[in-house]
Design a protein around this ligand. Structure first.
Ligand SMILES: Cc1cc2nc3c(=O)[nH]c(=O)nc-3n(C[C@H](O)[C@H](O)[C@H](O)COP(=O)(O)OP(=O)(O)OC[C@H]3O[C@@H](n4cnc5c(N)ncnc54)[C@H](O)[C@@H]3O)c2cc1C
Length: 386
């Protein structure tokens, strides 16, 4: 098959690009798809890479289950405790209130990535026209032509080669694995809002003694924390988090990420469409980036598989363009609600202005005492807006 014959080229073999390819092929195995993946074909390098814990919602689990891409090593969250350091206001969300088996699940980024690769390899066996091409930055992709191009190049804030709308929160996230002395209550997550930003302590699949840490702060203080000795780092973490889960004993695998919001106003143009972080890069305060990206991938795959399973004469450039515009229209509500909620939380929980601090305390108390608001917020975070 010559390169010109591709129906769809997916650029980017991160979680969102892989999921999009898998859903397209599952729905229409004859689809002529080229996946352009900058990661090596061998999993070894990825298996030793990004170990950051990512929170996936129950909605994402249901989606990934459809392609057998749910990682085996994961920690469920049954309760989330939200508080402000040194201020009034706290809220507790539980799975019972929402009638769900879990509020969310914590999985290492690399496990999501690797499980999706495995799932796509299984689907590939029944997909005669699918090509998974491993490329590098110097590969000439010009000769790979397709009727429709899906951009799933992802990326982190400040590393992307496009900047459109958004905000620099002037924050960084320091992530790592922290060991606690007596073990934390199982299945519980803590989100504590400090004067510099959110500090989250999340369960991990290693058990109650090892927890995932995401500590947001100004770039300079995060950089300084990265450079601290383990003992000084743990002392400073203990001061900020308090003693509610006992003493922090060890810290491993500290990494730093710059945080901001970068999003495209238009996610479809001509025969091109953008999904996942290539469409929007969010602050991790609400744990929504990948969840939103998976919903992008799933809904785009529905549109594309239905379009490309039609006869040749019904796949004209005009029809492709209008299908992508329809897709973009269908994503408007979910995107704007998720981007808006995350941006609001990132800003409100980092402000030290007294009226905002008071309003924040009241908002947390309101969440505690007004279950319908809490339920609506949790549902948006678990399933997105449809
Ligand atoms: C500290 C932190 C914590 C987070 N926590 C959460 C969380 O709890 N919950 C949540 O839902 N989200 C979270 N996120 C966001 C989440 O990591 C991203 O939304 C998700 O990784 C996006 O997936 P993606 O496939 O779109 O992009 P990526 O994960 O960036 O993958 C893109 C892939 O494309 C490749 N690529 C790049 N350029 C090209 C090119 N030109 N051609 C081909 N391939 C290319 C890259 O090598 C990469 O493998 C967090 C982010 C950070 C920084």
């Amino acid at each position: 098959m010559s390169a010109e014959n591709f129906d769809i080229a997916i650029q980017g073999g991160g979680p969102v690009g892989l999921a999009c390819a898998a859903w397209c092929l599952q729905k229409f195995p004859e689809a002529k798809i080229a996946l352009l993946d900058r990661n090596p074909a061998d999993d070894a390098e990825l298996a030793a890479s990004d170990s950051r814990g990512v929170a996936l919602s129950h909605g994402s689990k249901l989606l990934l289950d459809t392609i057998n891409a749910w990682p085996t090593e994961c920690a469920d969250i049954h309760r989330v405790h939200v508080s402000q350091a040194g201020r009034f206001g706290r809220a507790l969300m539980t799975r019972e209130e929402l009638g769900q088996k879990a509020l969310g699940h914590i999985i290492r980024y690399r496990d999501i990535h690797l499980t999706l690769r495995k799932a796509l390899r299984a689907i590939q066996k029944n997909s005669p026209y699918f090509i998974w091409k491993h490329i590098d930055a110097s590969t000439d992709v010009e000769n790979i032509q397709a009727k429709c191009v899906v951009h799933a190049e992802g990326g982190l804030f400040k590393t992307q080669d496009w900047v459109e709308s958004g905000r620099d929160y002037e924050q960084s996230a320091l992530v790592g694995l922290v060991e606690v002395e007596n073990g934390a209550p199982p299945f519980q997550a803590w989100e504590r809002f400090t004067s510099e930003g959110p500090l989250a302590v999340l369960p991990s699949h290693y058990g109650p003694n090892i927890l995932n840490l995401i500590w947001c702060g100004t770039p300079s203080s995060s950089q300084a924390r990265l450079a601290l000795s383990d003992a000084d780092f743990l002392k400073s973490l203990q001061t900020e988090f308090g003693s509610r889960i006992g003493q922090f004993l060890k810290i491993q695998d500290r990494r730093l990420y710059e945080l901001g919001l970068n999003y495209r106003k238009e996610i479809a143009q001509g025969n091109e469409v953008w999904i996942g972080n290539a469409a929007q890069t969010l602050h991790p305060v609400a744990g929504q980036g990948l969840n939103l990206g998976l919903r992008d991938a799933f809904l785009l795959a529905e549109k594309l598989s239905s379009l490309f399973s039609k006869s040749e004469d019904r796949k004209t450039p005009l029809v492709i363009e209008s299908t992508l515009q329809e897709y973009a229209q269908s994503r408007k509500l979910d995107r704007s609600a998720t981007i808006g909620l995350t941006d609001f939380m990132a800003r409100i929980f980092t402000s030290n202005l007294l009226p905002i601090v008071i309003a924040r305390g009241l908002a947390l108390s309101a969440l505690q005492w007004l279950p319908p608001i809490k339920t609506a917020l949790a549902r948006q975070m678990m399933f997105g807006r449809r």
